[in-house]
Design a protein around this ligand. Structure first.
Ligand code: S3P
Length: 168
C-alpha cells in the first residue's frame, strides 16, 4: 500500500462530500467528512462555530481533526475548502483535487447548501478567495479531476487511478 488514505481537496461546494461518498462505495472504504466530524464533536453547525468562536478557532479544530482522523488508514476523507490552505495535510495521503469553476459551483449549489457556508455569502470575497486558493490546491494534488461535469462522468478517473496504481 503506497498511501494511507485518500484526501479530497477543493473549493467550497465543489462536490468533495458527494464524490467522497461515491468513491468510498466503489472502493469499499470508510468515508469521513472533516466538517461533519467537527460539527458532531461540538454539537454545532459550521455557521454557528464561525459566528460564536471565530474562524481561527475553527482552523485549529480542522488541523486537530485531520491529524486525529488520519491515525486510521484506508479511508476516503473529504476536507473543508480551507483545510489544505490553513492546515498541513498528512504526508502519506493520496490528495485528489476536485476542480470545479467558481461559476459552476455557484450555479450548482442549492440555496440550502449555499447558506451553510459562511465564506460564500459575500460573492466578490468568495471569488477572490477562489482565485487565491486554486494554485495551492493544484500544487498539493497528486491527481486533479475536472469536476465541472456530473460525478458519474469523472468518478471513474479517480477509481481507475487508484485501482491501476494499487495505491490504497
Ligand atoms: C470552508 C469550507 C467549508 C467549511 C467552512 C470553511 C472554506 O467546507 O469548512 O465553511 O474555508 O473554504 P466545504 O468546502 O465543504 O464547503
Amino acid at each position: 500500500m503506497v498511501y494511507d488514505n485518500i484526501v479530497l481537496i477543493g473549493f467550497m461546494g465543489s462536490g468533495k462530500t458527494s464524490v467522497g461518498k461515491t468513491l468510498a462505495r466503489y472502493l469499499h472504504k470508510d468515508f469521513v467528512d472533516v466538517d461533519s466530524v467537527i460539527e458532531k464533536e461540538l454539537g454545532a453547525s459550521i455557521n454557528d462555530i464561525f459566528k460564536d468562536k471565530g474562524e481561527e478557532y475553527f482552523r485549529d479544530l480542522e488541523q486537530k481533526s485531520i491529524n486525529e482522523i488520519t491515525k486510521k488508514k484506508g479511508q476516503v476523507i473529504a476536507t473543508g475548502g480551507g483545510l489544505p490552505i490553513h492546515s498541513t495535510l498528512p504526508k502519506n495521503s493520496l490528495v485528489v483535487y476536485i476542480d470545479a469553476d467558481f461559476d459552476v459551483i455557484l450555479n450548482r449549489l442549492s440555496q440550502k447548501e449555499h447558506a451553510k457556508r459562511p465564506l460564500l455569502q459575500d460573492e466578490e470575497r468568495a471569488r477572490s478567495l477562489y482565485a487565491e486558493r486554486i494554485n495551492t490546491y493544484k500544487e498539493l494534488a497528486t491527481l486533479s479531476v475536472d469536476a465541472n461535469q456530473k460525478i458519474q462522468i469523472f468518478i471513474h478517473v479517480i477509481v481507475d487511478f487508484i485501482l491501476d496504481q494499487r495505491v490504497l
